[in-house]
Design a protein. Structure first.
Ligand SMILES: Cc1cc2nc3c(=O)[nH]c(=O)nc-3n(C[C@H](O)[C@H](O)[C@H](O)COP(=O)(O)O)c2cc1C
Length: 176
């Protein structure tokens, strides 16, 4: 698959078929994350297949008493939870590098999954404490995102975006 085709064609998919995702596919996706640009490699990738665990991952905002869930996280045959080990990190690492390298890894994983025929969704809304507990994360290791993977059972054209001209500035920031 051409890179541009993957970049332009990938869309968030939130409905999956029952077909399982293979170990080989997951390994290829993890490897793509691993080869993203890196600083201190504070990222951790946790592969979750367990049904009960996926249900916990699908819950959002428990501390505020909100019982809403994101069913696609529970229904996906596999989720990869991306965490950052902030222990011993410098201020700049905490503020910039660690999140940026994790994000680069996530995008590599999304594009690789797309190339393999899988649908994905990058999820930033989840119950921090619930995830920490079910995955046994030590203090200082925080969850950044949950990526759900499965064979797509829907198509998506994506939401409308701002026009490119609205976000591009040349030479200097223009506007307010
Ligand atoms: C940091 C981040 C957090 C996101 N969190 C969620 C989420 O919690 N649930 C969800 O369904 N989609 C989530 N998304 C996916 C966006 O909704 C999606 O990328 C956006 O609507 C554009 O659609 P596309 O991915 O199909 O191009 C998140 C995306 C990013 C980058």
């Amino acid at each position: 698959m051409e890179l541009q085709e993957a970049i332009m064609g990938r869309r968030s998919i939130r409905k999956y078929t029952d077909q399982d995702v293979s170990r080989e596919q997951i390994d290829a996706i993890l490897k793509a994350g691993y080869w993203a640009p890196r600083v201190n490699e504070r990222w951790k990738f946790i592969v979750v297949r367990d049904e009960q665990a996926r249900k916990i991952l699908s819950q959002r905002d428990r501390p505020r008493g909100d019982k809403a869930t994101q069913p696609h996280i529970a229904n996906a045959p596999v989720d990869i939870v991306v965490c950052i080990d902030f222990r011993g990190a410098s201020e700049r690492d905490k503020a910039l590098y660690a999140m940026q390298e994790a994000s680069a890894a996530i995008q590599n994983m999304l594009l690789t999954a797309y190339e393999l025929g899988l649908g994905t969704c990058w999820n930033g809304s989840f119950d921090d404490e619930g995830v920490k507990e079910i995955l046994g994360l030590p203090d200082g290791v925080e969850t950044v995102a949950i990526i759900s993977f499965g064979y797509p059972a829907e198509t998506s054209t994506g939401l409308r975006r701002k026009k490119l001209e609205e976000i591009v500035h040349r030479e200097r920031y223009s506007g307010e």
